[in-house]
Design a binder for this molecule. Sequence first.
Ligand code: NAD
Length: 337
Amino acid sequence: MKVAVFNTKSYERTRLDKFNIGEGHELIYFDFSINEGLYKLTSGFNAVCITISDKIDKEIISRLLKQNINLIALRSAGFDNVDLGSFEGNSIKVMRVPSYSPQSIAEHAVALILTLNRKIHKAYNRVRENNFSLDKLMGYTLFGKTVGVVGTGKIGIAFCNIMLGFGCKIIAFDIIKSDALLAKGVEYVPFDKLLRLSDIISIHCPLNVHTRHLFNKKSFNELKNGTMLINTSRGAIIETKEAIIALKTGQLGYLGIDVYENEQSLFFKDLSDLIIQDDIIERLMSFNNVLITPHQAFFTEEALDQIAFTTIKNFTDFENGLPSENEVKNELSAITL
Ligand code: NAD
């Protein structure tokens, strides 16, 4: 099968090539996104392979159909960048990599918590300048604190297990309860109760019409003063301008984000010699209790191997007409609260 693989980095190409040995797909790599480069494709491709930075809308779908391309293979778990509504009545399939290393993302969420709480980012910079003072480096003990988890799927469960190890009390909000977590003493509570009781909140639900701006003015007002909010899921689950207000009032004591609602024009790029035009992220970066990482929670050796392996398997299953649990169905995006 001939596949146009968009937005690829060298660390992905080597892995895709490794797992393609014996499978025989013809992989043509592009370092630009499908939105910039679909029109450049010559005919003869059977599939496109994309990342979360590639946006699939009606216009892209109609261009794919004109070129007889029937598969969109995502190299990600999330698929909120694909407008599934625009697929009605046509033959294009969407496949994804639903689980590659939930622990990688959960561990990154914990890294954000520990760094913010114990002020490791400040200490690192200070000590390099021979400032060994402890002034303003005080944190709090995680043992016994209440951690609220929004979304207890694969990543949420991995995150709960780590935080249980720290001796935290875990409360959770999800439309589906995990029996494994219930058995470990995790308590499911309504969303507003989670907001009121948590010292730390970590977001692990997908972005969909029900979770967009779940953290808004109303929810920030419910928080305990000084709550820490961690988001490794999708940026638009937090209404960023309201988070800035909550940081200014102190309602939000710390914010750790690996995702940002307008990340598409910023993340995965080296913009170090440019002037950033996004004033919201610039304001966020000015807070010393905000930590931003550039969508790197998935970025481990193990996760990248698994993404490449499953992506190649998705091509092969599609080519052989095999049913696959990695196919994205429209109803997945319509889960209600
Ligand atoms: P999952 O499908 O296993 O779990 C998602 C959970 O969220 C499910 O239990 C589901 O019931 C719950 N949920 C759905 N809608 C909800 C709602 N309205 N309110 C509360 N809970 C709701 O997914 P996962 O593998 O754990 O991944 C979670 C998210 O993490 C993905 O959707 C993706 O956006 C994000 N992610 C981020 C990175 C990264 O590098 N930062 C990497 C992978 C995934």
